[in-house]
Design a protein around this ligand. Structure first.
Ligand SMILES: NC(=O)c1ccc[n+]([C@@H]2O[C@H](COP(=O)([O-])OP(=O)(O)OC[C@H]3O[C@@H](n4cnc5c(N)ncnc54)[C@H](O)[C@@H]3O)[C@@H](O)[C@H]2O)c1
Length: 368
């Protein structure tokens, strides 16, 4: 049984809840320790989520003394320090994305991870969604032929109301970029993972951003507002080594989750609210579109018949992520979601941010 410590018991999204629900689906893990910087939050989580084996810890040191592995579910600016502290304490680490506000900050944690030999994983948790696994299979089998372009939109609408207060994620020094990093880290990871073998790495990026709600009320200071210092919406285009274009829109004030990939073999479309389905419209490589688009169920071979896996959007992402983390710990199996991968994705995000700042197309200066 792997003993898990949860760091960060949030109340904005509170992503720790998704981690906890995913661990609850795994018979080989138990949550034994919970910690948050703010008093009372750990106790609240234990009560609300019925964590009968967990202790609300008064310090990180106490949490480390009660667990083998941690999920880090805190704001972006804390990820590196907490990862280093957990690795130093001999714990396996699953750290939420984005890894850090800037790529350079990630290096310290990567150095410790190499030294300590523990599993150190970054929470880019979308790749194993069955529909995306099926997309990869079709691409790798050559069904799409040469890829012409990809288009992806992702985001959320929780903070669409100007009444939502000024959270850490709206402040550049605590978060890094806004929607660009928050959703863009998943988006870049998905597209690069699916298409790298066909299209090569991303070589240059152009980007524009906008902040639609520029002032919000400061938490704990009724009537007093402060500026939002990063993007609500980001649109960026990447060109890969083969010349393929990826077109991305990330928005935290309303967006759908759609990924469309178009190539010689036709179109495939994934909708985030249908994780077990793709819309396919096939065509002859040297011909046009003779068929209508068809909704196709993902074959079971793409996700296995795991009876514990939830079937609901979002929850399913976290289940496969946590399963991968636990398997890596137990079998000594490597995970693809290394801290180096987290850093590479941050380097792509930083390139997009630089492009937005200077208003030019910027070459990617990172390998991964
Ligand atoms: N994988 C995904 O799809 C996904 C979705 C949402 C959020 N996230 C990521 O999860 C992380 C947390 O986001 P959230 O929305 O849950 O935040 P949140 O604001 O809801 O919760 C963060 C919690 O961390 C606590 N905290 C801050 N600093 C701490 C520290 N040093 N030690 C212990 N606790 C500390 C805060 O008190 C707060 O309770 C972010 O990095 C975010 O990008 C990932």
């Amino acid at each position: 049984m792997i003993r898990i410590g949860i760091i960060g018991c949030g109340s904005t999204i509170g992503i720790a809840r998704s981690h906890i629900r995913a661990y609850a689906c795994c018979k080989d893990a138990v949550i034994t320790a919970v910690y948050d910087l703010l008093e009372g939050r750990a106790e609240g989580y234990i009560r609300d989520m019925r964590l009968s084996d967990a202790k609300a810890c008064a310090s990180l040191e106490e949490l480390f003394s009660l667990c083998d592995a941690v999920s880090i579910c805190t704001p972006n600016c804390t990820h590196v320090d907490l990862t280093v502290a957990a690795l130093k304490a001999g714990k396996h680490v699953l750290c939420e994305k984005p890894f850090a506000p800037t790529p350079a900050e990630c290096d310290q944690a990567i150095r410790y991870a190499k030294l300590c030999g523990k599993v150190a994983m970054i929470g880019l948790c979308y790749r194993d969604i069955p529909g995306l696994v099926y997309m990869k299979q079709l691409i790798d089998e050559g069904k799409m032929g040469r890829i012409f372009f990809a288009r992806q939109e992702q985001g959320g609408d929780r903070i669409a109301s100007p009444q939502v207060k000024l959270e850490w994620r709206m402040q550049k020094d605590l978060s890094g970029p806004g929607a660009l990093a928050d959703f863009g880290s998943h988006m870049m990871d998905i597209c690069d993972y699916l298409l790298r073998d066909s299209c090569g790495p991303i070589e240059e990026i152009t980007c524009m951003q906008t902040t639609c709600i520029e002032e919000r009320e400061i938490i704990g200071k009724p009537g007093k507002t402060g500026p939002v210092t990063n993007d609500d919406v980001a649109c960026w285009i990447c060109r890969t080594e083969s010349g393929t274009l990826y077109n991305f829109t990330a928005s935290r004030i309303g967006a759908s989750f759609v990924l469309e990939i178009v190539g010689e073999g036709g179109k495939m479309i994934f909708h985030g609210d249908k994780p077990f389905e793709l819309t396919l419209q096939c065509k002859e490589k040297n011909g046009g579109y003779a068929q209508q688009p068809q909704a196709v169920p993902v074959p079971e071979s793409c996700y296995g018949a795991d009876p514990n896996a939830p079937r609901t959007p979002f929850e399913i992402n976290f289940y496969y992520e946590i399963r991968q983390f636990l398997d890596a710990i137990q079998c000594g199996r490597d995970t693809q979601l290394t801290l180096e991968r987290g850093r590479y994705i941050q380097a792509l995000i930083q390139t997009a941010q630089d492009a937005a700042d200077c208003g030019e197309t910027v070459p990617v200066d990172a390998e991964g």
